[in-house]
Design a protein around this ligand. Structure first.
Ligand SMILES: Cc1ncc(COP(=O)(O)O)c(C=O)c1O
Length: 401
């Protein structure tokens, strides 16, 4: 009998880290807890009735195709609908420029698999999406963090990092950004920064990975063009997903990338799952074809926009002086900063005692910092829970100041 089962793990497996968020979520399932910790869409936004109707008809009329294996690239009707959808942002996108993945999380894994060798550098934001950090860590990449301010990733700092690496004849494999209503900070990268990011990426010849699940969920302010729509040198890989604008349970997302890279990524996906679920793809294609996606997005924006308002109002009313927060123009999250000497990690058990939960800022920092920060989700809790939860959180923070 094998005594030490873990002795058989690969170096990559040994390097994998359990997501801190998933661990924290266990606490948040205790009865009575108001949780701002998850990142779940509000279940009452799911268009159950429409999906039921489309699914029944699909099974009746095209059951055999819908239940069969599909191509790795994805079902043609969905890629066609997506090409039309994306062409609203950048003209000339064709179905063959798009391939379907099982969630953007798989997209991040595919990008990592294709680009990263152990020890390679990826440039990420401080803070950054925890699932991205998890994927890059699993392939043993080294992450270099570049801080954000109100306008997104700081380009002066990025320029320094790239310059220093170039002096040592090194180059990162890619720069990973979540430019719209970022998870976790809620910050949107300004147009000026997007242009500067492209300029630096061209000068230092580094690919950009633009991961943007929240772009369509803008409640207020002026839209900023996506980075890929400004790209003239074919250097941007774009990840889009249906999780936050339709239903995460269908596990459908997509990647658009330069042809050479895309080809390699499709081969990488083949060994993961052969193809994403054909049935779900055909449901989603039909939903888009019937023109239902845009009204669905409008409905979601109305609900989340209102919840964001409730959270901002409650924060203003209850939070003690010295506590600051972002005011996102869209998305699902905002970011609270406590005074520098306070630790959101140390406060976490006290928050649970008070029956309120958040995610600690350190989970999103590749450099271990972010002690005084917390990520707050406003899409999942009800408006009443948001008011009550912020009051509980603010009272607990004030007591511990
Ligand atoms: C920035 C970012 N990228 C990727 C994902 C993964 O999304 P999906 O459900 O498409 O796998 C998320 C999910 O929250 C996210 O916030």
């Amino acid at each position: 009998m094998i005594k030490d089962l873990s002795a058989f793990y690969s170096k990559n497996a040994l390097n994998m880290k359990r997501s801190e968020i998933r661990e924290l979520l266990k606490f948040t399932r205790q009865p009575g807890i108001i949780s701002f910790a998850g990142g779940l869409p509000a279940p009452d936004t799911f268009p159950v009735k429409e999906i039921e109707e489309i699914s029944c008809r699909l099974l009746r009329e095209k059951g055999a195709t819908a239940l069969q294996y599909g191509t790795t690239e994805g079902e043609a009707p969905l890629r066609e609908e997506l090409a039309k959808w994306m062409s609203q942002e950048k003209s000339g996108i064709k179905p063959e420029n798009i391939f379907i993945t099982s969630g953007s999380q798989q997209g991040l894994d595919i990008v990592s698999k294709v680009f990263l060798d152990p020890g390679d550098t990826v440039i990420v934001e401080l803070p950054s999406y925890v699932g991205g950090l998890q994927a890059f860590t699993a392939y043993r990449a080294k992450m270099v963090g570049v801080p954000q301010d109100d306008e997104g990733m700081r380009m002066d700092k990025l320029e320094k990092v790239l310059g220093k690496m170039a002096q040592k004849k090194k180059k990162p494999k890619f720069i990973y950004v979540v430019p719209d209503f970022q998870n976790p900070s809620g910050i949107t990268m300004s147009l000026e920064r997007r242009k500067k990011l492209l300029e630096l990426a061209y000068r230092y010849e580094v690919p950009i990975v633009e991961d943007s699940p929240y772009r369509d969920l803008r409640f207020t302010g002026d839209p900023v063009p996506p980075i890929y729509s400004l790209d003239t040198q074919n250097q941007v890989i774009v990840l889009g997903t249906f999780s936050k604008i339709f239903c995460p349970g269908l596990r459908l997302a997509w990647i658009t990338a330069p042809a050479e890279w895309m080809d390699r990524m499709i081969v990488a996906k083949q060994s993961m799952d052969l193809c994403s679920p054909s049935f779900n793809q055909l449901i989603t294609a039909e939903y888009m074809k019937q023109g239902l996606l845009q009204p669905q997005i409008e409905r979601i924006k109305l609900i989340y926009g209102q919840k964001r308002q409730v959270m901002l109002k409650a924060l203003k009313k209850h939070m003690p002086k010295g506590v600051k927060w972002t005011k996102p123009e869209g998305g699902l999250f905002l970011w609270i900063r406590l005074p520098k000497n306070m630790s959101a990690n140390e406060l976490f058990p006290k928050a649970i005692e008070e029956k309120v939960a958040y995610v600690v800022g350190t989970a999103f920092h590749c450099d271990g910092k972010g002690q005084n920060a917390m990520r707050m989700n406003f899409s999942y809790p009800t408006e009443a829970q948001i008011e009550e939860g912020i009051l509980r959180l603010a009272t607990m923070i004030r007591k511990n100041m």
